[in-house]
Design a protein around this ligand. Structure first.
Ligand SMILES: Nc1ncnc2c1ncn2[C@@H]1O[C@H](COP(=O)(O)OP(=O)(O)OP(=O)(O)O)[C@@H](O)[C@H]1O
Ligand SMILES: [Mg+2]
Length: 338
């Protein structure tokens, strides 16, 4: 939201559009009750000088802060006005400038696609191309259509209107909120019916995913990398209406990857994840193989591979149990029934 828009709408409309701003007014002790049909400037005209001085309210600063706050919140809260759900990728170039040879890749809702390839080959780059709906204007020169069309500039770059939820480990929380406040704000902004129930659900899921539990009163800035990742995954899975979920390197965050993936994948969504992990790679319906910056091929997961996946999962289970025994200070023995 820009400053002009903010100054021209009524406070009531602001609360409707961005429900969390109401708390912002309350936190800053701005008496707005009964003046919901005023603009911000008009409100400050009618507030008693004394109150303004008393509470040390700086109007200019308040307006700037609220603008920043709206920007920040909007970047976390994805809009939900999407009905269809399809991603189309057209070829661009490898790192050395030669053309990619596939015709076109089309991904529909309900599909899980993994992206594999050596370190530095361009997996994150492909995710970024999709996140920003590349239009010949990224290093790969790829073109990506969302629901069959090139996105308008405002759809591509407006944080508040993202069609894509990108999960990366560093959430960069600058807000000084507790876990509960954060979830509460998010649920409010979504205007969900049973807010408390939703908050509890997300909180419980996040704790299930994170190894070490955390409480609702934990400030989000104090969560560990894995915990904040778990919170964002649970939050995205349960609350986000974003139809396309991009996951970069879920395995590095120390959370239960399989559970996380199961939670994120619903029939309505497209999930693309870059991974070095054979289990996650095989959990996809297809995998995109990247080399030297280019998409080399797209492979359908075979039946034999699905059988191998079952075997890998059981090995992984053993690994996880051993990891947990080590984490909690136990010794490993051959006799242990793992
Ligand atoms: N087709 C391309 N043309 C030009 N540059 C590219 C291309 N593909 C990738 N790059 C660049 O190569 C670098 C490495 O790519 P990227 O970070 O996507 O690798 P990665 O596969 O995600 O590696 P890792 O497994 O380590 O996460 C980036 O700077 C990226 O922008
Ligand atoms: Mg990467």
């Amino acid at each position: 939201m820009d400053k002009n828009t903010l100054l021209n709408i009524t406070i009531g409309d602001l609360f409707l559009k961005h429900p969390y701003t109401k708390d912002f007014f309350i936190d800053h002790l701005i008496p707005f009750e009964g003046h919901e049909n005023y603009s911000i400037n008009k409100l400050f005209e009618v507030i008693d000088e004394e109150i303004i001085e008393d509470k040390a309210i700086n109007i200019e600063l308040f307006i700037n802060n609220i603008l920043e706050y709206i920007d920040l919140m909007s970047s976390y809260f994805v809009s939900e006005n999407v009905v269809e759900n399809k991603v189309t990728i057209f070829p661009g170039t490898y790192k050395d400038g030669t053309a990619e040879t596939f015709d076109m890749i089309e991904i529909s809702k309900g599909e899980i696609i993994s992206i594999v390839g050596p370190t530095g080959s361009g997996k994150s780059r492909l995710l970024a191309d999709i996140e920003w709906a590349a239009n010949l204007d990224t290093p790969t020169k790829r073109k990506v259509l969302i629901n069959g069309r090139v996105l308008e500039p405002h759809e591509r770059f407006s944080a508040s209107n993202k069609l894509v939820a990108q999960l990366s480990q560093n959430m960069n929380f600058v807000m000084d909120l507790t876990v509960e406040e954060f979830l509460d704000l998010h649920a409010t902004s979504r205007m969900v019916e049973d807010k408390d129930d939703m908050v509890n659900k997300i909180f419980a899921k996040a704790n299930e995913l994170a190894g070490e539990g955390f409480s609702k009163n934990t400030p989000i800035t104090q969560l560990s990398g894995g915990q904040s990742r778990a919170l964002m995954i649970a939050d995205t899975a349960i609350l986000s209406k974003s139809p396309i979920i991009l996951i970069d390197e879920i395995e590095n965050a120390g959370i239960d990857r399989k559970k996380a993936l199961e939670l994120l994948v619903t029939e309505e969504k497209i999930v693309l994840m870059s991974t070095h992990d054979p289990i996650l790679a095989l959990m996809g319906d297809k995998r995109i193989v990247i080399n030297n910056g280019g998409i080399e091929k797209v492979i359908d997961t075979t039946d034999e591979e699905r059988n191998i996946l079952t075997e890998l999962e059981s090995l992984d289970d053993t690994m996880m149990k051993m990891r947990n025994r080590l984490r909690y200070g136990k010794k490993l023995t051959f006799k242990e029934d793992l």
